[in-house]
Design a protein around this ligand. Structure first.
Ligand SMILES: [Zn+2]
Length: 461
């Protein structure tokens, strides 16, 4: 049975049907250590696999819980490709199996340890006025003090805040860049929900500085409030920085009393919880947690959404590395969002704007159209279903050439490129603010236009 132990205990018991659910589906795989999955990066390879039929997929799926394998973009619908990181130990036998079943594959990176070296290539430089150098991937402490420093310098319109504490007790820090005393419609951006996606927090930090500079210089400064939370999962992030073997860690660091730690925070929201794309195995990278909102990081974000009424008009949840803009739903059995057309239009415009920078081509679509089987328990589905955000997107940053191991030299180009997309969303928030003031001020209107009530049956605590 799965129990949480440690810093915070659940205030509600797990119901009997939930326990039965876990016994039915949990497959407990012995992990490499008490911390869960750990892989040596030395001679680890990133493979691209092209399955041409379902039985080939099933062969791949049989490796999903193996500790030498880390699957990403599994069941990707754009091109039918699946990507997997395979530890050196299992490479030969796995490739042999693929060949036996005539499954096509390519080696994208032949030694991950070499790629990882590019992430720590540059020396830190001191930049005046509180700006960070964007030449390295910063620690949690660096991010925290950087945000506090920015708030200290630009205190008349920049404020630092914490939305709550992580499982290990770190503050989940954010910045708001405001346009005046009166509250305005909000663009919310968060990064780092998945620990190993290091380019997401730096892209969020880059956006903070671009928005601040824009306001100082009086350029394209939208008349909205901008909230940015660059690192939603500080414990997982710090763990992924702690050793090369922990580098591919995705979850937080909750202790459920299982052999393995951590829940996938983007499977823990109360929307289709525990369904497709999530796992009931605590050792899986996509473990959904023990009940919806079991994780303190999710509770903190939920409360943040709720405390901002219906002012959050666009929510961008940063990830890497599908080079895609994805929107609700990830859950299968809901009718399409009432504002699907707007979601699609904004994604298209943002993709076009980003392509102008250096030709990067973003895909877009609903999660369930893009990822076979969809995904459940995500922040973007939950925020739109509850009406706490008008339009939510999973913003998957690029990484085709290097996967999770973006070189430090890519921090600035990806920051610049993404910012062109962010501005499309910022301008949209501004436009609905001026066109439809009642839409902003009157939360009942927002509620009225939400046709969604989650009619999914899943156990609740
Ligand atoms: Zn992610």
């Amino acid at each position: 049975m799965v129990h949480r132990t440690g810093v915070r205990k659940p205030t509600v018991d797990i119901p009997m049907d939930k326990i039965a659910y876990f016994f039915m589906f949990a497959v407990f795989i012995p992990a490499d250590s008490t911390s869960g999955r750990l892989h040596s990066l030395d001679r680890m390879q990133r493979l691209e696999i092209i399955c041409s039929n379902d039985s080939q997929y099933e062969i791949l799926r049989s490796y999903e819980n193996h500790t030498d394998f880390e699957f990403v973009s599994c069941r990707h619908n754009f091109d039918n490709h699946t990507e997997v990181y395979v530890a050196a130990n299992s490479l030969d036998s796995f490739k042999e199996e693929l060949r036996t079943h005539s499954i096509e594959f390519n080696v994208l990176n032949d030694n991950i340890a070499e790629l990882a070296k590019n992430q720590t290539s540059r020396q830190k430089r001191e930049i005046p006025n509180g700006f960070y150098d964007f030449g390295h991937f910063p620690s949690y402490n660096e991010i925290k003090s950087h945000l506090q420093q920015l708030a200290g310098i630009y205190g008349n319109f920049v404020h630092a805040f914490s939305i709550g504490k992580s499982f290990e007790g770190r503050d989940i820090m954010g910045i708001k860049i405001i346009s005046g005393i009166k509250r305005k419609p909000i663009l919310l951006i968060d990064g780092g929900i998945h620990a190993r996606e290091w380019i997401a927090p730096t892209t969020a930090l880059y956006a903070i500085e671009k928005f601040i500079k824009a306001r100082i210089q009086g350029q394209f400064s939208p008349d909205i409030d901008i909230y940015i939370i660059p690192l939603l999962n500080p414990d997982g992030y710090e763990y992924s920085r702690s050793s090369s073997r922990a580098r591919l860690w995705r979850k937080n660091r909750s202790n459920f009393g299982s052999t393995c730690l951590g829940a996938d925070l983007n499977r823990n929201f109360d929307i289709g919880w525990g369904g497709a794309g999530a796992s009931s195995n605590p050792c899986s990278s996509e473990f959904a947690g023990v009940y919806p909102f079991s994780e303190p990081e999710n509770q903190a974000l939920r409360d943040f959404f709720k405390s901002h009424g219906h002012l959050i008009k666009v929510y961008l949840n940063l990830h890497s590395y599908m080079t895609s803009i994805l929107y609700p739903w990830g859950v299968q059995n809901l009718s399409s969002p009432y504002n699907s057309e707007t979601l699609n239009k904004l994604s298209t415009e943002a993709a076009v704007a980003m392509e102008t920078y250096r030709g990067t081509r973003y895909n877009f679509g609903s999660i369930r159209d893009v990822v076979k089987g969809g995904a459940t328990g995500s922040s973007i589905d939950w925020s739109m279903a509850t009406g706490t955000s008008y339009a939510s997107f999973a913003f998957e940053l690029p990484g085709k050439a290097y996967g999770f191991f973006a070189p430090a030299s890519e921090i600035i180009p990806i920051g610049e490129e993404s910012f062109k997309g962010f501005m499309v969303f910022a301008r949209f928030v501004e436009s609905i603010s001026s066109a439809l003031p009642s839409f902003i001020e009157n939360s009942r209107i927002q509620e009225d236009v939400i046709p969604l009530k989650t009619n999914l049956s899943y156990p609740r605590p």
